[in-house]
Design a protein around this ligand. Structure first.
Ligand SMILES: NC(=O)c1ccc[n+]([C@@H]2O[C@H](COP(=O)([O-])OP(=O)(O)OC[C@H]3O[C@@H](n4cnc5c(N)ncnc54)[C@H](O)[C@@H]3O)[C@@H](O)[C@H]2O)c1
Length: 247
């Protein structure tokens, strides 16, 4: 895999989920430029393979909610990279519905992808990280996991679960493996196209910094939490929302 000799992630071997587009793809681009070797996965196999090829990295299809698929991809990633010492869990889905209009199948799908998918990736990669002598995991939650909102209950519950999953794993997997969470505010990606179509002004104007976030704002936080610059930080939640959560 392509690995540049310098950069804040030089020599690191990192798995990124949800890397077909959005924040997962932005992470892949910036981490590759910082010298990491990457294994990219997504349920959109064609897109993630194209991204991996463009960046000179390993890539493949994987549904993070499917245990056997996750195990297969983690095995492939470890062998393609010669070991794994980093994980970014960016795969996720959003269903914008009040709970009273949410079917059981929708509830389960959101929890399966956002919470169980994150858990499976951490569970299946922790042994590889131990074999590599340690590592870092960064899981993407959301400000939706910090504050209740009337139209995203299933999503909010899944993302609150990601925070506790990360904090529990930080305690369980230390001292070899650090586990942290980022909580982005609204970042213009395909996931929030519909939300921005109706609420762009409200979402842009309220935060202290008075602008929407960019994917790279979140990636910079994950870069810090993945690099040795954060070597004494684990079980922490970093909010990257321009001040939205505390407005
Ligand atoms: N965009 C925002 O405003 C925002 C805010 C807070 C948190 N988040 C979170 O950030 C993460 C990235 O979101 P994004 O905005 O880049 O969204 P996105 O929709 O652009 O990208 C999500 C990616 O995850 C992939 N994916 C979905 N289900 C999957 C599965 N079962 N297995 C493997 N891959 C799967 C999709 O194919 C897609 O490539 C998500 O966890 C999301 O919940 C997003």
């Amino acid at each position: 895999m392509a690995s540049q000799g310098s950069g804040r992630l030089a020599g690191r071997r990192i798995v990124i989920t949800g890397a077909a587009r959005g924040m997962g793809l932005a992470t892949a681009e910036i981490f590759a430029a910082e010298g990491a070797s990457l294994a990219l996965c997504d349920r959109d196999e064609q897109a993630v393979r194209a991204n991996a090829e463009r960046l000179g990295q390993f890539g493949g299809g994987c549904d993070v909610s499917d245990e056997s698929d996750v195990q297969r991809f983690c095995n492939e990633a470890e062998s393609a990279l010669g070991g794994v010492d980093g994980l970014i869990n960016a795969a996720g889905i959003l269903i914008m519905k009040p709970l009273m209009e949410t079917s059981l199948a929708e509830w389960q799908r959101v929890l399966d992808v956002n919470l169980t998918g994150t858990m499976l990736m951490c569970q299946k990669l922790a042994p590889a990280m131990r074999r590599a002598g340690g590592g870092t995991m960064v899981n993407i939650s959301s400000i939706g996991g910090l504050r209740p909102a009337p139209t995203t209950t299933a999503y909010a519950v899944s993302k609150a679960g990601v925070i506790m999953l990360s904090n529990s794993l930080a305690a369980e997997l230390g001292p070899d493996i650090r586990v942290n969470t980022v909580c982005p505010g609204t970042i213009p990606t395909d996931m929030v196209t519909d939300l921005l179509a109706t609420s762009r002004d409200r979402l842009t104007e309220t935060p202290a910094l008075k602008r929407l976030g960019k994917a790279e704002d979140v990636v910079k936080a994950m870069l810090f939490l993945t690099s040795d610059e954060s070597s004494y930080i684990t079980g922490d939640t970093l909010t990257v929302d321009g001040g939205w959560a505390y407005r």
